[in-house]
Design a protein around this ligand. Sequence first.
Ligand code: PEP
Ligand code: MN
Length: 351
Amino acid sequence: MKLLPFLSENFLSSRPLVIAGPCSAESAGQMLQTARGLAAEGVSILRAGVWKPRTMPGSFEGFGSKALPWLVDAACECGMLAATEVANRSHVEEALQAGIDILWIGARTTANPFAVQEIADAIAALAPDTPVIVKNPLNPDVSLWLGAIQRLSLAGVCRLAASHRGFSVYTPRIYRNDPCWRLPIELHHRLPELPLLCDPSHIAGRRDLVAPICQQAMDLGFDGLIVECHSYPDCALSDAAQQLTPAEFGSLLKSLRLKHGNGNDRESLAQMRAEIDTIDSELIALLARRMDVARRIGDYKRAEGLPVVQTERYSQLMSQRTAQAAELNLDENFIRSILAAIHEESVRLQL
Ligand code: PEP
Ligand code: MN
C-alpha cells in the first residue's frame, strides 16, 4: 500500500504527535479560547467536530458548515493546523474550501465502505495531499479498518494515519469503548509504516481515565494522541464528561513517560499486559452474564418447586467442559477448580 508521511517533518519530529480540541465547535469564542489555551501548552493541531454523527436523533449534531470558520480562524490565530471530521462528499468539499488542513473519518463512517469510497474519491479529486486520519470502526473488525485505509490509498490519498478510539460494548464496562488493544496492534503488524494515534477520550468516556490510557498508548509505542479539550468541559454541548481543560491536558502531557528507543518493540511487556487486561475484562463480563442466567434459573426452580442442585446436570456439565478444555490444552484440575467455584457461586445465588 502506498503511504506518504502523514505530516511534514517539523510536525512529525515531536513524539507524541498531539491533536487536541473540543468534541464540537460551539462558537467562535469557545474555539479561540480553547485554541489559545492549547497553544500555550505546546499543542499545534486543533481539532473540533462540526458535523457530529449522533446515535440518537435530537442530540446536538454540531453547528455544521457555519462552525468551520470558528475552527479555521482559531487555528490560524494561534499558528495551529485545523482538523475536523467528514462523513460525506459535501463535508469534504466544504471543509477543504474553508481551509481545514487535516480530515478524519469517524468510527461510524469507517464501517461504511460506500461512504469511505465517496470521501476518498472527493479528497483525491480536490486535494489528494490532505492528511487523513481513519478512526477504527465501532465494531472490533481489523479488516474493516484496513479496508477503509486501503480505499483512501488506492484513490491516491496517501498521507494517512489511524486513530484508535475503542470499540462499542454491549455489557457496561469501566470504559465507554473497550480499548481492546489487540486490534490496533494487529493493524500495526499489517501496516507498520502507518502512524498510529490513540483517542483516549472516546475510549475513556470519563476525564479521570484519560491520562492512564494516554500512558498505556505511549507504553505500547503509539505515535500520537488525539484528545478532547474544552475551556469549560462541564458546559460542553457534547461529550462533556470526557473533556479536559487545556491546562489539565498540559499537565497530563508533562506527566507522560515516553519510551525511547526504536519504537519497534510493541510486542513488549506493556502489550502483553494490555492483552491480559482486555481478556480479564471479557472474563469478568462473561461471568456477570453467567450469574444473571443463574439467577433466572433460580427464579424458575423456585416457581416450579425444583431443588437447586441437580447432581446429574452438574456431572454432565463438568465432563463436557473438561473435555472441551482438554482440546485447548488446559490443565484438567485447573478447569475443574474454576468450574467448581463458578457452580458454587451459582448455587449461592439460587438459595
Ligand atoms: C469525535 O472524534 O468527536 C468522534 C465523534 O469520534 P468517534 O467517531 O470516534 O466516535
Ligand atoms: Mn466527542
